[in-house]
Write a protein that binds this ligand. Structure first.
Ligand SMILES: Nc1ncnc2c1ncn2[C@@H]1O[C@H](COP(=O)(O)OP(=O)(O)O)[C@@H](O)[C@H]1O
Ligand SMILES: CC(C)(COP(=O)(O)O)[C@@H](O)C(=O)NCCC(=O)O
Length: 253
């Protein structure tokens, strides 16, 4: 019988994040790959485990019994209102680095999540992410354009653009990077060994700006694009070969 594709799912506020393990067929260890897709409009094949901070549409028909709850994430001192994506990312980043960490998840919201040197949630910060900031500028003004492509729609690399759209994207990305740099400076003054772990959809846009700072060398700053999904896979590893699993409905995601 051919091996089935395994899936894990994290529902964000902008996109659905999938970890997929393609069948190998050769008995070799399977390595997940990751996809970030718009929310689906119909039922999806049931994941091995899933979690959500964004809306869960009933038509997706996701089974309640495989949904991960905050209590399933072994992050000490996590308050009951903490977003499960933040808990997953904080717990896994602390495990990966074996150090205090500040997770920077540059998603719909840019969340900063601190885990101290004893592996305990130690607070954080939330601010509007890039697409939200750009959307707010467009909807709250007469003259500013809606930039459908987000940061990518008008990236120039120019520090001081003359053109409006480029000035908007440059302002947003520089503002977010400055907030992260200052937060990093503050947490490292509290715990000198604190590492910064960057993830989320706008991570690639922020990375070069953060790397300009001599304080954030490779020993401090780590880019881990699929941190939350890695945590989900680590908490719900694949079942032993031959164990019963939910049957996929099709070969779609
Ligand atoms: N194809 C895309 N669709 C939506 N957002 C994207 C895309 N590519 C990059 N982004 C950026 O990623 C951010 C959303 O990050 P993401 O990690 O997908 O969020 P969430 O986990 O909240 O769904 C937005 O601010 C946007 O600028
Ligand atoms: C902060 C968040 C909106 C981030 O969501 P995202 O941008 O990753 O979709 C989410 O983690 C959330 O809804 N948190 C609940 C409140 C909290 O963590 O304090």
């Amino acid at each position: 019988m051919p091996a089935r594709q395994l899936r894990w799912l994290l529902i964000g506020n902008s996109r659905w994040h999938w970890a997929l393990e393609a069948p190998d067929g050769m008995g070799r260890e399977r390595v997940p790959h990751f996809l970030h897709l718009p929310p689906p409009t119909a039922a999806v094949d049931p994941p091995l485990a899933w979690a959500a901070v964004g809306p869960v549409p009933p038509q997706a028909a996701l089974p309640a019994e495989t949904r991960l709850a905050l209590e399933d994430v072994p992050l000490a001192d996590a308050p009951p209102w903490l977003g499960i994506d933040r808990a997953l990312a904080g717990w896994w980043a602390a495990r990966l680095t074996a150090s205090p960490v500040l997770v920077v998840d540059a998603g719909t919201v840019l969340s900063l999540t601190r885990v101290d040197g004893r592996g305990r949630f130690a607070g954080g910060r939330l601010m509007a992410g890039a697409a939200l900031q750009l959307g707010a500028m467009a909807s709250g003004t007469q003259e500013l354009p809606a930039l459908e492509g987000g940061l990518a729609s008008a990236g120039s690399g120019e520090l001081w653009p003359r053109e409006t759209a480029m000035a908007m994207t440059q302002g947003v990305v520089e503002g977010l990077a400055a907030a992260v740099l200052e937060a990093g400076r503050q947490v490292r003054s509290l715990e000198a060994g604190c590492r910064i772990v960057l993830t989320g959809g706008d991570g690639p846009a922020l990375l070069p700006l953060l790397q300009r700072s001599p304080e954030l060398g490779e020993d401090v700053l780590l880019h881990r694009p699929d941190l939350c999904l890695e945590a989900l896979v680590a908490l719900h590893p694949r079942p032993p070969v031959g164990a019963a699993q939910a049957r996929p409905r099709s070969s779609r995601i």
